[in-house]
Design a protein around this ligand. Structure first.
Ligand code: FAD
Length: 310
């Protein structure tokens, strides 16, 4: 297929959200360019969980299956390139990719994901995705009944520690001395068997990728098989703000039920936008955004005035 001068849709990001959108748009006979470069959020993880039919699949394998299936759609192109800037010129978006290449598109879907702001403890990278996680819905089951800990920079982490009691009765909240717990929260943690340690975390230690203890300053190490982090995340690139999107307090793009953002012609799906941050949700949001984009373009392209059914 000759490359179109103006693509129907530029999808920025080729994770579960972007690839799912590309699949749906391809099936709608739309020309779609998916640009992807950079890390996937869960690439440190050995296997992804809680995705129907794919529970336990390595994250990279899921994406490889998706890319292979997308190759059947001749109107879809997957490009390994970072989108540096996107400008709206009249009714068309102009994007600059790696090495100055320019492409134009009628709509933009941001499926760019987020970046977690991880603490800088020695040893963290070794355990990350193997015995250090964020989401107990994704990784709690594998560590049920084992020694769990929760850490985060704010008192909201107490909520995560309480949540972890669904998976194990042996839970420790590590405040690191970063915040003071309200006495009612301390009482609630104690009533639910959650231990609290206030010393600052110094480093993580264990055997290969299996965490065994959290080393703290001036105290006994905390024995621990899995550590769950409650840390902030930020947009993985600046395109959302450049395109006029608004961000929610947690740093995710605000989008409506049809994935439309505050930026005209700009849609958002997956972790980058507001909602649960799960692969299955990202894929579902990608499909939903794709249908909304397709229907908007269809309305633009159909001859005659729009006629709404009663
Ligand atoms: C350690 C860990 C374990 C997890 N385990 C699970 C699990 O078991 N089950 C589950 O459901 N979820 C899990 N998650 C969550 C899951 O990773 C995310 O929900 C999912 O990856 C979101 O998909 P996405 O497509 O929105 O974003 P991503 O998968 O992050 O993909 C976004 C892509 O866009 C690219 N990109 C960003 N900016 C640009 C740009 N300007 N130009 C080009 N490309 C760009 C990024 O580099 C990336 O490749 C886990 C997360 C972590 C951190």
């Amino acid at each position: 297929m000759a490359l179109p001068d103006i693509w129907d849709v530029l999808v920025v990001g080729g994770g579960p959200a972007g690839l799912s959108a590309a699949l749906m748009l391809g099936r709608c006979c739309r020309s779609v360019l998916v640009c992807d470069a950079g890390p996937k959020r869960n690439e440190a993880s050995r296997s992804l969980h809680a995705f129907l039919t794919r529970d336990g699949t390595p994250p990279a394998e899921l994406l490889e299956i998706a890319r292979a299936q997308l190759r059947r759609y001749r109107t879809v192109r997957l490009l390994r390139a970072r989108v540096g800037t996107v400008k709206r010129r009249a009714r068309v978006f102009e994007a600059t990719l790696t090495r100055g290449r320019r492409v134009r598109a009628r709509r933009v879907l941001l499926a760019t994901g987020v970046v977690d702001e991880l603490p800088r403890w020695p040893g963290l990278r070794r355990f990350y995705g193997r015995s250090v996680f964020h989401c107990p819905y994704c990784d709690g089951w594998e560590f049920r009944d084992r020694r769990l800990a929760a850490w985060g920079p704010t008192s909201a982490t107490a909520g995560l520690a309480l949540k972890l009691t669904s998976w194990s009765p042996r839970v420790t909240l590590l405040t690191g001395g970063r915040y003071r717990l309200a006495s009612r929260m301390r009482a609630r943690l104690a009533a639910n068997g959650v231990a609290v340690r206030d010393e600052p975390v110094v480093r993580l230690a264990g055997d290969a990728t299996a965490l065994e203890r959290v080393v703290v300053a001036g105290g006994e190490p905390v024995a621990c098989d899995a550590l769950f982090l409650s840390v902030p995340c930020r947009q993985s690139c600046g395109l959302s703000l450049e395109l006029g999107c608004r961000l929610a307090k947690g740093g995710t793009v605000i989008a409506d039920r049809r994935s439309r953002t505050h930026g005209d012609g700009v849609f958002a799906a997956g972790d980058a936008s507001i909602d649960s941050q799960l692969v299955v949700v990202a894929a579902s949001e990608g499909a939903r955004a794709a249908i909304a984009i397709h229907e908007e373009l269809l309305e633009e392209d159909l001859a005659g005035d729009s006629v709404h059914s009663p």
